[in-house]
Design a protein around this ligand. Structure first.
Ligand SMILES: NC(=O)c1ccc[n+]([C@@H]2O[C@H](COP(=O)([O-])OP(=O)(O)OC[C@H]3O[C@@H](n4cnc5c(N)ncnc54)[C@H](O)[C@@H]3O)[C@@H](O)[C@H]2O)c1
Length: 335
């Protein structure tokens, strides 16, 4: 298939674009590079620099592209930023996402794989399944739920086929056959726990902050399900190919195992051999206490199982990436 990958210069999109190509598909990346990196786009993928805000650019892209499917990663992803600037997120994720859906349908492209998130759910003490209630704790999660709703109606009324994939906490790095880290996390600014924690042994920060120690969890800190991006990528390949047979799918992607913030920091200490001082601070708005996936449904229906569920392996791969790319992609593309 020829797959349009929006956001393919970003963390998960670039890793998945590689996986699509490895599975024999052709890839065109569309990205405005506002938060991604040209150097992350895999070799062999076509690249069109553009913005989902630009309906004219989307029209030209679809006229030229002859796409069989779209994998839509491009979005703003920071929960904290979304609480400070909701308008940016409603516009960036919902309005611009709708531009993409409309362009797809105008050009008769009817297969969509969509990056959604655990942030659509209410926090729960047990593993979440796809039928659990929605209750986003932040604007970011709400924007993803709004696009999901739009996608469901476009399916019902206009024949769009979709796979909505709700990732839990994406992490880790892609290693090549020699064990070299070739794709990893390089968000600016970085807000995710694992890369921030690893900045301490890298000498880029003195300590890591823990936001909230009074949550109803095992040690008072937030609990999340950390899922390796290589496993996310393999799920996308299965979902894309399943769209030949299936008309609509919604799946959680996680390991089913939760780790607290303190536990993640402890494993990072073990992996790096660094003491990594931690500072306890009050809760942040928009953080739920516990978000852990049940991925039973995608396992039953598509046969997906994560290959890298072990937190030490995940953090080990991230550490390999940050050690070999202390400035992210900066040295290779200047961004
Ligand atoms: N990182 C996670 O833990 C996580 C968890 C759940 C869901 N997701 C979802 O996965 C997707 C990818 O996340 P990521 O971590 O790779 O993010 P990322 O910021 O690394 O990648 C997003 C890419 O989209 C591009 N982009 C943003 N707005 C655009 C626009 N208007 N037009 C064109 N390009 C645009 C950015 O330049 C960037 O390259 C997002 O949709 C996110 O909501 C991520």
């Amino acid at each position: 298939m020829h797959v349009l990958v929006t956001g393919g210069a970003g963390y998960i999109g670039s890793a998945t674009a590689m996986a699509f190509m490895k599975a024999g598909h052709r890839v065109t990346v569309f990205d405005n590079l506002s938060r991604g990196h040209k150097a992350a786009i895999p070799e062999g993928a076509a690249f069109v620099q553009g913005d989902l805000a630009d309906r004219g650019a989307l029209n030209t892209l679809f006229q030229m592209g002859n796409f069989d499917a779209v994998a839509h990663f491009a979005a703003l992803i920071e929960a904290g930023e979304s609480m400070q600037n909701p308008a940016l997120y409603f516009r960036g994720n919902v309005t611009f996402g709708q531009n993409l859906l409309e362009a797809m349908l105008e050009h008769e492209v009817k297969r969509l794989v969509f990056s959604s998130t655990a942030a659509v759910y209410a926090s729960k003490g047990a593993a979440l399944n796809e039928d659990d209630p929605y209750q986003p704790a932040n604007v970011y999660g709400e924007t993803k739920l709004m696009i999901e709703t739009m996608i469901r109606w476009y399916h019902q009324q206009l024949g769009l086929k979709y796979a909505v994939l709700r990732y839990f906490n994406a992490c880790g790095a892609i290693l090549d056959d020699q064990g070299n880290a070739i794709r990893g996390e390089a968000h600016h600014p970085e807000t995710h726990l694992i890369p921030l924690t690893l900045q301490v042994p890298l000498g880029k920060r003195e300590s890591i902050k823990i936001f909230g120690t009074d949550y109803p969890t095992i040690d008072g800190t937030c609990v999340r399900d950390y899922i390796h991006i290589a496993d996310l990528a393999s799920a996308h390949v299965l979902a894309l190919e399943a769209l030949d047979e299936r008309k609509q799918m919604t799946y959680n992607l996680g390991n089913g195992q939760g780790y607290s913030v303190r536990q993640v920091i402890d494993v990072a200490r073990e992996v790096t051999g660094h003491e990594i001082p931690a500072i306890e601070t009050p809760r942040r708005p928009g953080d739920g206490a516990i978000l852990v996936a049940s991925a039973e449904k995608v396992n039953d229906e598509l046969g997906w199982t994560p290959k890298y569920p072990d937190l030490k392996t995940i953090i080990g791969s991230a550490w390999a990436w940050h050690q070999s790319h202390p400035n992210g992609y900066a040295s290779s593309d200047g961004s």
